[in-house]
Write a protein that binds this ligand. Structure first.
Ligand SMILES: *Cc1c(COP(=O)(O)O)cnc(C)c1O
Length: 398
């Protein structure tokens, strides 16, 4: 008999799996499903990056175990240089940069590296579910910190109980934010760093959407704040910036002691990413960057389609996203996010994520992903407008 460890049963359900199952079921019933559920960039990786991988893959020097488990020096130097150009942040490539199999892996190894069983971790609500899962695997106690639309979904550090804050070892934050699409100004990161100093904890800034902002909004690195590297690390990723989600490529930067602890755990689990991938990453960072602007422009067009479409089709009070490729939509009065998502699938053939998947604060929201071509998004909005009466009707009593 297989008897999985208790932590397996404690994991929150994996959202992507549930959405994929819903899509499959509806398709089997013959529905032409439009999926706005999953956050996976739909546009291709730029050609010059693919070519760099192909060239590097042919080099036998890359076929052996990677020499440097922190990442090839060329990769770490290119990433440090990018941080300098992009954020004005100077990083020591030897001590302040490590490569990752994406930010997702980094979050898990970070939790294992910093949290003892029973330690407290602060995780916003709503949030990307991986932070909580990583804490559960590490046996840590998760305290959720509610985010409110009135605060632009920024963590309000004043409202965190002082005793809880003193006990906490790690605080997770992420802006531009999945799922709320909020972007935080530098002043917010200054408050986060001050909070971490006051309560002697580590701030983890998950920052995979730094390049996906609209209307000239600036998304900072937490490391722009003076003294941030004493208390903070940041995850960056190629998945969203360069449409490379399937490549599994990211990095952690910042506090050297935290990164060393992560490396000690990580070295027991993986032996660094394929060196040829790292060569492609260098090509991504140092090659033409115009693909980013095209990607962002596509998301902006689709954002406007969805925001204006939903406002007029359902009279919903949809805030305009400043970044990411999500729209965080409050549901019509009296209808939960779960119920609304089910109606959208049954009555319009449109799949969205119920907000509860990101935490209790998301109970009356849904998340719409913009990672689908404009025509399909326009069709989804048309179908939603056509189904208006049945989407808005009050829930059946009982
Ligand atoms: C997409 C996403 C990631 C995934 O990063 P990978 O580098 O692909 O593992 C991390 N954090 C958030 C909030 C995301 O939405």
């Amino acid at each position: 008999m297989v008897d999985p460890a208790e932590r397996v049963g404690q994991l929150p359900p994996f959202l992507g799996g549930a959405i994929r199952a819903r899509i499959r079921d509806a398709r089997e019933r013959g529905v032409d499903v439009i999926s706005l559920g999953i956050g996976d960039p739909d546009q291709p990786t730029p050609d010059h990056i693919v070519e760099a991988l192909c060239r590097a893959a042919r080099d036998p020097a890359h076929h052996v175990y990677p020499n440097d488990l922190r990442g090839a020096p060329a990769y770490r130097h290119a990433l440090a240089a990018w941080y300098g150009r992009r954020f004005g942040v100077e990083l020591d490539p030897d001590t302040e940069v490590i490569s990752l199999i994406g930010s997702k892996e980094g979050n898990h190894h970070l939790a294992l590296a910093l949290l003892n069983p029973g330690d407290v971790a602060l995780v916003p609500d709503p949030a990307y579910p991986v932070y909580e899962s990583a804490c559960v695997i590490a046996g840590a106690e998760v305290v959720r910190v509610p985010l409110h639309p009135d605060d632009d979904f920024l963590v309000d550090f004043e409202t965190i109980d002082t005793d809880v804050a003193d006990r906490a070892k790690v605080l997770w934050i992420s802006y531009p934010n999945n799922p709320t699409a909020a972007v935080a100004p530098v002043a917010f990161f200054e408050r986060a760093v001050a909070f971490a100093r006051r309560h002697r904890l580590v701030v983890v800034h998950d920052n995979p959407y730094s390049e996906i902002t609209f209307d000239g909004v600036y998304a900072p690195s937490i490391l722009e704040v003076d003294g941030a590297r004493d208390v903070a690390i940041e995850f960056t990723s190629f998945s969203k910036t360069y449409n490379m989600a399937g490549w599994r490529l990211g990095a952690a930067v910042g506090n050297p002691a935290v990164l060393s602890a992560v490396m000690q755990v990580k070295e027991t689990a993986d032996t660094c990413i394929f060196t040829a991938l790292q060569a492609a990453a260098v090509a991504a960072l140092e090659g033409p960057q115009d693909g980013i602007a095209r990607t962002v422009e596509a998301y902006r067009r689709r954002r406007d389609l969805v925001v204006t479409g939903l406002r007029s089709a359902l009279d919903l009070d949809v805030p305009t996203p400043q970044g990411t490729f999500y729209v965080w939509v409050p549901t019509p009065p009296g209808i939960t996010g779960d119920e609304f998502a089910a109606r959208l699938l049954d009555r319009a053939g449109v799949v969205v994520s119920p907000g509860i998947a990101y935490g209790q604060q998301g109970a009356n929201s849904i998340r719409i992903s913009l990672a689908l071509d404009d025509a399909r998004i326009a069709e989804a909005i048309e179908r939603i407008a056509g189904a208006r009466p049945s989407l808005l009707e009050p829930p059946a009593a009982g």
